[in-house]
Design a protein around this ligand. Structure first.
Ligand code: SF4
Length: 241
């Protein structure tokens, strides 16, 4: 049985060779400092909304920041090369988390948090993933930590929301961009679920390509894929040094 997630599909679309390294050969690269920050913010918000499902109340901001801090220290252990000053990076994430809790969290009534979804596509393929939040009002919300403010949702995030929306009759989907600057921002952008992306058809064509065992270094023609490729960093890619 083939399993494709939003992350693996987006990696395949970015660079088939990256996909081969990660999902066929099982190679993992150490996380970047940006990934650690993003995962830590995500963990803190996840814990808040997980308990809010039962309590209907947000945690105190300082408690959420404690969760953020613990997660940051734990995930930092995996970083091999820190970009920038670790303490300053940690502060940026803390400020952004605080702002989210003060500005946005109160609007969210979670019904499901980190819910695993599995959507059969055909007899040998299913789509899988974890939805950050589904609200009691039927909206799907995904958090993204970013360096710069966004005016529109990038394709890879739209694809992710479209996959998540296949599970049920969600009314709308949105990305909450958590901009981790010294003056952080929270930007919510909605994605119309009647988008023209046909994710099931796309997933089927990727499955057929994977079956061939041929993985082309398509990242070479991507705008930035090679610049941020961990497989290049560890010397695995023969096409880009
Ligand atoms: S360096 Fe570029 S071509 Fe090579 S695996 Fe990474 S993204 Fe693909």
């Amino acid at each position: 049985m083939f399993e494709l997630s939003p992350t693996s599909i987006n990696m395949f679309l970015r660079c088939q060779l990256q996909y081969q390294f990660r999902y066929i050969e099982g190679v993992k690269v150490p996380p970047s400092s940006a990934m650690v920050l993003g995962r830590s913010v995500h963990k803190a918000l996840e814990e808040n909304f997980r308990q809010k499902k039962e309590s209907f109340e947000d945690l105190k901001v300082e408690d959420v920041l404690d969760i953020y801090s613990d997660a940051f220290e734990e995930y930092s252990k995996e970083v091999e090369k820190w970009e920038g000053d670790k303490g300053k990076e940690k502060d940026k994430g803390a400020k952004a988390t605080k702002l989210y809790m003060e500005e946005k969290a109160k609007e969210i009534n979670p019904d499901e948090v980190e819910e695993k979804i599995e959507i059969p596509v055909d007899e040998e393929l299913k789509l899988v993933g974890y939805r950050d939040i589904r609200t009691v009002e039927g909206a799907i919300i995904d958090f993204k930590t970013t360096n710069a403010a966004k005016k529109e949702i990038p394709f890879d995030y739209k694809l992710q929301l479209n996959i998540y929306a296949l599970k049920d009759d969600s009314l709308n989907a949105e990305i909450h961009f958590i901009v981790k600057k010294n003056n952080p921002q929270i930007i919510s952008l909605k994605h119309p679920l009647n988008s023209e992306i046909q994710v099931a058809e796309l997933a089927k064509s990727i499955k057929e390509q994977i079956k061939t065992g041929i993985f082309v270094p398509t990242g070479l023609s991507h705008q930035w894929a090679c610049n941020y490729c961990g497989f290049k960093e560890i010397g695995l890619c023969n096409y880009k040094k």
